[in-house]
Design a protein around this ligand. Sequence first.
Ligand code: AMP
Ligand code: GLY
Length: 425
Amino acid sequence: MNVLIIGSGGREHAFAWKIAQSPLCKKLFVATGNAGTAQIAQNIDIGILDFEGLGKFCIENLVDLVLVGTEVPLVAGIADFFAADERLKSILLIAPSQTGAMLEGSKDFSKAFMLKHGIPTATAQTFDSSSLKEGLAYLETHPTPIVLKADGLAAGKGVIITSDRSEAKQTLIEMIEGAKFGSASAKVLIESYLNGIELSVFVLTDGISYQILPSAKDYKRIGEGDTGLNTGGMGAVSPVPFADEDFMQKVEEKVVIPTLKGLQADGIDFIGFIFIGLMNVAGEPWVIEYNVRMGDPETEVVIPRIKSDFLEMLALAAQKRLSEAKIEIDERTATTVMLVASGYPEEYEKGKVMTGFEKVDSEVLTFHAGTSLKEGKIITSGGRVIALTALADSLENALAKSYKAANLISYEGKYYRKDIGLDLA
Ligand code: AMP
Ligand code: GLY
């Protein structure tokens, strides 16, 4: 099969690394990719929202399967675009319909979906410019801490949590009237706070059957001890020790199955990943959010633990034959540590030459995120630069390997959190 992966981060490098190993894979393309994917696939310079260009490329290069890594084209309706084109509709596609992608694209939509289908989630009310006054009044009596969420896509940064009522009011005004998160915060959810430990559960579905993938825990804040600004994710661990069999059974019964039944009942086509952001509150799963793609950097620890042929699984899912797939999981622990640019997640510099790759143990998987090639050199080209994944028989041993590698790769302004996974050890 010829395969096209859409996206350019560590997640897409991890997908490419895995798919390239499948005997079913003939040619592998990544749009637009990075310096890491360039080593194992052909990067193509077509934007993720250029559906015409991507479709034309697929036809000309006999692409059999498209895996959409990132949410932006999903929410913009890439699946509907392919389905509506006679020449593209037979291409196997891992992408939910545009309506399905609203589970991630609109928190108001996903909240209504969860409430309708009895899926445990925090209570919330949505406000916009026409109801700002009511929103401010609602904040007067809402229990603290208060969670304010931009309705639309905000790259994981659209959530503000505060116990200070006047700050909450100020933030609500800034979000709705000041467009703090652009059009994403034209509508804002005021939500109750869930007190617990977070984890992510990933499900691949063809809309009928599903396959639960390994769970993972992400470290979202920039600073050690979970302090500072939210980022895309600074590291991850899989499996999550507290997600034991009993907890995972509750997740399956109370969240996964009702989610799939809800999609079916609402007539929503869904082939792809459901990434369930969960809070474990006293042993019970509560949904914080849905995403309609894999997580980044969670993919960098989930994918290396899948022993079976991932491309075969994707191809079966895209044909609505996922029930035929078997998944074999590596029992070992995977950890990943993300190296980022100084200043990230605020302003940061790019173009720093990276060195030290040859010193890294060959067992460590170096998944490139924001890197590119310039005059034969690997340079930084994003805030999150590279994810260093290791597998070992214990969390401690995997972390030791990831951190050894983190120390060996050099570039000006390198920063990484030194406490990934320590809360689980
Ligand atoms: P989201 O973009 O919905 O994933 O939210 C970003 C982060 O905000 C989550 O990863 C949680 O850490 C936190 N968060 C979101 N909603 C809640 C909630 N209802 N209670 C507690 N924390 C939350
Ligand atoms: N790491 C969180 C996300 O991918 O949304």
